[in-house]
Design a protein around this ligand. Structure first.
Ligand SMILES: *Cc1c(COP(=O)(O)O)cnc(C)c1O
Length: 342
């Protein structure tokens, strides 16, 4: 199977398995797991933040950030197609008790004047705006890179209004690999950041959140409350360290493969490329083949290619560590056959 459903489907590399086997461990709830501590220190250093925390998933990281930044009854500004708004089970309302204020962006980027206008004035009728969430790269916008200037301007507006900014950087390393802008530079323009070890970086499990020492101390307590206090977690932190050391620089290969895939799709009659491919996500519209996404996906699966449904006629492909150039060529050949049959 050529599995292009997501970059979360990668299997741990041999070195990840070896490092997990030999990891030094302790009870991380006591702060005594040396491998977890090393992972957190390494991530904090890479991001240029005071402290970092190893959490179970990207969703948990984003929700811990919201819980730490906000109080019930406050309002959070986020992009209308963001992961936090659409794909986290309304956890931001269910857990933090805040009201989301979605703003429609362009390729995932909110207009800075819209953000300024959405920040609530001091009025008895209004909730207080406590947080702005950004997403880089933007998943639903097809892996679009949030421009650094957009982040800088929003951070400036937020600081003028004493509002915190959190970055959902599930795929921040993809943004950095493609733009050449360091993750430190991106992280400088937000108060807190979450990134996934388990996506393009290829680790089996986990995410990192980072911010000030004070923020992380509070976040650690929220993680425990949510049942995310893990014990000898060095076993899963060790592959995360391998992911940071060995897999950040190779993301450009995934981006090259995504470009090849996009060019292949653009040349198949009946298929339309839906996004400008900047990183590892390719969106294709299958409407002109006469298939719905579900029918097209079924036909692909029968010939050994997996992708995911993104809309009635839109399917998503994500390139990753376990996808070679040859696999991409094969996937294009399969799609050409499937599109021709209808
Ligand atoms: C995948 C993803 C998340 C959530 O990560 P999980 O580890 O799956 O919980 C959050 N934000 C974005 C943009 C994502 O793509």
């Amino acid at each position: 199977m050529i599995d292009l459903r997501s970059d979360t489907v990668t299997k741990p590399t041999d070195n990840m398995r070896k490092m997990a086997y030999s990891a030094e461990v302790g009870d991380d709830v006591y702060g005594e797991d040396p491998t977890v501590n090393l992972l957190e220190d390494t991530a904090a250093e890479m991001l240029g933040k005071e402290k970092a925390l190893f959490v179970t998933s990207g969703t948990q990281g984003n929700q811990i950030a919201a819980l730490t930044h906000c109080k019930p009854g406050e309002e959070v500004i986020l992009e209308a197609n963001s992961h936090i708004y659409l794909f986290e089970g309304a956890a931001i309302s269910a857990l933090s008790g805040v009201q989301p204020r979605p703003l429609q962006g362009t390729r995932g980027a909110m207009n800075t004047e819209d953000v300024r206008n959405a920040i609530r004035a001091d009025d008895i009728h209004f909730p207080e705006t406590s947080l702005i969430c950004l997403e880089n790269t933007h998943n639903l916008a097809g892996g679009a890179i949030l421009p650094l200037e957009n982040m800088q301007e929003i951070y400036q507006i937020a600081q003028e209004n004493q509002v915190a900014v959190h970055l959902d950087g599930a795929r921040l390393f993809n943004a950095s690999a493609a733009s050449g802008i360091s993750i430190k530079e991106y992280a400088k323009n937000v108060d807190t950041v979450q990134f996934c070890l388990s996506k393009g970086l290829g680790a089996p499990v986990g995410s990192i959140i980072a911010g000030t020492e004070e923020f992380i101390a509070k976040a650690r307590k929220w993680r425990k409350r949510l049942g995310g206090g893990m014990r000898q977690a060095g076993i899963i932190a060790a592959p995360g360290l391998v992911a940071l050391k060995e897999n950040a620089d190779r993301l450009v290969e995934d981006h090259k493969n995504a470009q090849t895939l996009a060019e292949g799709i653009a040349n198949i009659s009946g298929l339309k490329l839906e996004n400008t491919v900047e990183t590892n996500i390719v969106l294709a519209n299958v409407q002109e083949t006469g298939y719905t996404s579900d029918e097209f996906l079924d036909a692909l699966q029968k010939q050994g290619v997996l992708a995911s449904r993104f809309g009635t006629h839109t399917i998503r492909f994500v390139t990753h560590l376990d996808i070679t150039k040859e696999a991409i060529e094969q996937a294009v050949a399969v799609m050409t056959r499937v599109a021709r049959v209808q």
